[in-house]
Design a protein around this ligand. Structure first.
Ligand SMILES: [Zn+2]
Ligand SMILES: [Zn+2]
Length: 151
């Protein structure tokens, strides 16, 4: 698996470094995490890596297209290593949980804007907002708890 990451890095002319490999591995195992979480995951394995080094790696990998930075309105930026398929996200308004939503296989119909105003469109950003199953269950639990006077 590390060999895959090395191939990916070389394909975009980035030097193979341990922090870069660690960030790619962290995002493969934990999609849609924010910068602080990436730092914690990398440091669990490589305690000497600085915050700045992780920031730099995230920027370099994003610029190279190996990872994707997503930033739902009002949320902190998250990163994922699933790139290039124009998939969308569903975001929980309560806890910020994010999950992938497939776009159509093959040509992405949402990229065909009803009016592109002459722009060459290469990405359509669609975010579905809602409440995740965990938060929905919590709310139901809270409601019944408060009706019993526990909260
Ligand atoms: Zn939630
Ligand atoms: Zn995603």
């Amino acid at each position: 698996m590390t060999a895959d990451f090395e191939t990916q890095l070389r394909a975009v002319s980035l030097r193979v470094t341990r922090p870069r490999l660690a960030v790619l591995a962290a995002l493969r195992d934990h999609p849609h995490v924010d910068t602080d979480t990436v730092i914690a995951l990398v440091r669990a394995d490589q305690p000497t890596v600085s915050h700045q080094a992780v920031y730099d790696v995230l920027r370099a990998l994003t610029d190279a297209g190996l990872i994707r930075r997503i930033q739902p309105a009002g949320a902190t930026a998250r990163y994922e290593s699933r790139v290039g398929d124009n998939h969308h996200h569903v975001v929980c308004r309560s806890c910020g949980a994010i999950a992938d939503v497939e776009c159509a296989v093959g040509r992405a119909p949402c990229l065909t804007a009803s009016d592109d105003h002459g722009f060459v469109v290469d990405e359509a950003e669609v975010v579905y907002w809602g409440t995740c199953p965990g938060c929905a269950a919590d709310r139901t639990a809270q409601r019944s708890a408060s009706s019993e006077g526990n909260r």
